[in-house]
Design a protein around this ligand. Sequence first.
Ligand code: CP
Length: 307
Amino acid sequence: MLKGRSVIEPSDLTVAEIDEICNLAEKMIVDPSAYIDVCHGKLLATLFFEPSTRTRLSFESAMLRLGGKVLGFADANATSTTKGETLADTIRVVSSFVDVIAMRNPKEGSSLLASHYSTVPIINAGDGGHHHPTQTLTDMLTIRQITGCFENHTICFCGDLKFGRTVHSLVEAMSRYTGTKFIFVSPQELAVPDYIINQVIKPARIEYKCAERLEDVIGEADILYMTRVQKERFFNEEDYIRLKDSYILDANKMKLAKDKMIVLHPLPRVNEIAVEVDDDPRAAYFKQVRYGMFARMALIAKVTGVL
Ligand code: CP
């Protein structure tokens, strides 16, 4: 039962609940008109203390497509945070107005903290370099729509695996499926954090390996998950400039990949996927964006308890 529950990281959802959300999202994809009124009378707040295009707008379009309404802010500088109001107080206030809150904040752990003060479900829309569970639902719905299942995939994550919260969340979620294997491609400085290896991957007995060159391993991948180097999490500009173009997926590298491999990217993309790859039938990152709206529609419907 998801009604009334906050979703802070993928492990807040059981495998059965992820299936339930994806099943509902798939029904919504097939017949969206059947759901245009299910959230009538419900309100979603989108509290974005950090920039976003996809996540905020797909939450908002999701609620509007369910017949609900949306309020919120995309610029924390226009809120009483600037006067010194704490996140706890902001959440106490906003949760007295709405039925569900989607929140993004640059501080790791902020969504969990918010859930302690909220009287309505908090959906974490990204907390610093920590987690981004609705991106994971987006990624998983895309994987299931294209491949038909969650099992037996070798997933190659490439880019900024240290700060990339979407990587941490997808690893946490996919570690629970039979036959999952991971390949991590990054510069040493942007390697996947030790806590993900020691607390998630090793206990799940998942086979994994690390590499520094994408060309060496791309041929083994069923799913290639490209990521942007997260400029906003670097402490100095020089390091960012040195690392930002570490990996660029182009048509030549795609020649080394399996015919059925799919390329995912949470977006925004900067340089890490050449535009020439967009026309490759294996490029799924724009389909992924649309699936994200349906994944969020299903999640909103579940946590508000309307379905
Ligand atoms: N994927 C994602 O989180 O994109 P935005 O930062 O645009 O929301």
